[in-house]
Design a protein around this ligand. Structure first.
Ligand code: FES
Length: 115
């Protein structure tokens, strides 16, 4: 388990979210205004790409597909979401963003959708 560099802070604009490859692991980085957080790039509900479907506003991540929402800082469920959001431990050093990457975070989609 070690800290891996994801990107420079300047690569993410405003409240946008952007996807990066970290040692073969796809990671989505969201700007929170006062920091950054990294998470798996797919919605826990039905694998929709959060880079396209997700909106991060004032610490709340909303997937616009079916309006599941989470506190993006804690991963805690808000509103209609049924599965907590997973996030990587994220830190900023200077203008660089790092995550603690032990293994790729994924969701069990069969269980989540009940299909
Ligand atoms: S796919 Fe994201 S809420 Fe359904």
């Amino acid at each position: 388990m070690s800290w891996k560099r994801v990107c420079a802070t300047g690569e993410i604009n405003g409240n946008a979210m952007k996807k990066f490859d970290v040692d073969g692991v796809a990671v989505l980085v969201a700007s929170l205004g006062d920091g950054f957080i990294a998470l798996p790039p797919l919605c826990p509900h039905m694998e929709e790409p959060l880079e396209d479907c997700g909106i991060c506003h004032e610490g709340v991540l909303t997937c616009t597909k079916h309006l599941w929402q989470w506190n993006i800082r804690t991963g805690e469920i808000m509103g209609m979401a049924e599965v907590p959001l997973k996030t990587y431990e994220t830190k900023q050093e200077g203008d660089e963003i790092f995550i603690l990457l032990e293994k790729e975070l994924t969701y069990d989609y069969d269980e989540n959708t009940g299909e």
